[in-house]
Design a protein around this ligand. Structure first.
Ligand code: GUN
Ligand code: ZN
Length: 431
């Protein structure tokens, strides 16, 4: 017997192409009274509500009224172990890592602590409308088990990996070249491809790995070329100077990763703020993904990501909270920060561009652009309903809006988890 169809009713926003490649409003289609038909965890049809109601006469109807139906948000770079230290005051990157991050990450040796934080993390992000996350875990394999266990229990698509560090970190947070390779490989076997879970090879960043460890992880990636690899690049000037000191033979930061087989398509390069011309050109040539983390870049004082220039150059760009260097779990707040960073750089990003970055854009950056991030037939039914008048301040501004973009923008700029009125993961209602 065929599984029952569920029809979700609401406003629908779809993208026919990237709003960075076309006039933003022409790239999108808005259906004020729309419907999404879901069956067996997948989207089977999207269209006009009346037409789909006539077609799917025996469907179960879930009417979300005027709420906007959207793909769940895709957060392309997070550190779930930093959940409990988000919004820690002061300090620049290296000092912040030493003062707050490393002491907290040391606690993940305890599987109970890891499980408790993973559950808290997924409760917070799903409440904020995020249905896919890509996380750094800690050096402890138990932290990866906790992350994937919590995601799997919720039916979420999730990506992540054991953070590898064999120098410039406290003793309790150091592995070795060999154990990083062995542990990562065992975790790939345990988790990669189970349900909607994907393992990501995760050297934290060049300063915390010896050349031997980077080499071992480059070899591991060569063994599993279908995997993604995540790391950080060119976030702060002090960090870049440190990398130059540690790797005097490298031309620049990116060259360190290139030398060890860690720069290619499928690389997720976090931050990518202070890139040289050579690095920009080479990253484009490699088709590596650049992950913009705007709340983090402002919170830690890192700098302004050149969205306009990099998009014009044709880079593959995703958007991320960078929890807990980032100051929010919400991709709405993250879109607002991307807008503010754009303004400080002389470019006002259109609401369509912001929404696309948080959904299809991030999905493309993860090479999952044919499975998640869009409301279209054949996509996984990770869907959220967004209340476009979730607070009195937002509602009174949205009431003046003359088109969907004017109505949506106040939620982008002022919205939070109160705007998320329902969340479905693979068609199953989560909240
Ligand atoms: N660079 C290396 N590790 C980290 C981290 O945990 N957060 C941020 N923002 N940057 C990093
Ligand atoms: Zn990070």
């Amino acid at each position: 017997m065929e599984a029952q169809v569920e029809l979700l009713l609401g406003q629908v926003l779809q993208f026919d192409q990237s709003p960075f490649d076309a006039p933003p409003e022409q790239a999108a289609r808005h259906t004020p009274k729309g419907a999404v038909a879901v069956q067996d965890g997948m989207i089977v049809e999207v269209g006009d509500a009346d037409a789909l109601r006539r077609k799917y006469t025996s469907a179960q109807i879930t009417d979300m009224g005027d709420a906007l139906l959207s793909p769940g948000f895709v957060d392309a770079h997070v550190h779930y172990p930093q959940t409990a230290i988000i919004a820690s005051w002061g300090k620049r990157l290296i000092d912040w890592l030493n003062s707050y991050t490393f002491p907290e990450e040391s606690r993940f040796e305890d599987p109970d602590h890891a499980m408790q934080i993973a559950d808290t993390y997924f409760d917070l992000v799903t409440a904020a409308g995020t249905t896919t996350t890509v996380s750094y875990c800690t050096i402890h394999p138990e932290s990866v088990d906790a992350y994937f266990t919590a995601a799997q229990a919720r039916g979420l698509r999730a990506l992540g990996g054991k953070t590898c560090m064999d120098r410039n970190a406290p003793d309790a947070l150091r592995d070795s070249a060999q154990s990083a390779y062995d542990d990562s490989k065992a975790l790939i076997g345990r988790w990669h491809g189970q349900d909607r879970l994907s393992y990501v090879i995760t050297p934290r960043f060049a300063p915390t790995s010896t050349p031997e460890q980077l080499d071992a992880l480059g070899s591991l990636w060569a063994e599993y070329p279908e995997l993604l690899m995540q790391t950080h690049i060119s976030e702060q000037h002090e960090e870049i100077a440190w990398v130059a000191d540690l790797f005097p033979e490298a031309r620049d930061y990116l060259d360190v990763y290139e030398r060890f087989g860690l720069a290619k398509k499928g690389a997720l390069m976090g931050h990518a703020i202070h890139l040289t011309e050579r690095e920009r050109d080479r990253l484009k040539e490699l088709d590596a993904s650049l992950i913009h983390c705007p709340t983090s870049n402002m919170f830690i004082g890192s700098g302004l990501f050149d969205m306009d220039g990099l998009m014009k150059q044709g880079h593959r760009v995703g958007l991320a909270t960078d929890t807990g260097g980032g100051s929010s779990f919400s991709m709405l707040r993250t879109m607002a920060a991307a807008y503010e960073v754009g303004q400080l750089s002389g470019t006002a990003l259109h609401p369509a561009q912001l929404w696309w970055l948080a959904t299809a854009g991030s999905a493309n950056a993860l090479h999952l652009g044919d499975r998640i991030g869009q409301l279209a037939p054949g996509f996984e039914a990770d869907i959220i309903a967004v209340d476009l008048g979730s607070t009195p301040a937002i509602a009174q501004r949205a009431a003046r809006g003359e088109d969907i973009w004017e109505v949506l923008f106040p939620t982008i700029m002022m919205g939070d988890d109160r705007a998320i009125s329902a969340v479905w993961a693979a068609g199953r209602k989560l909240r």
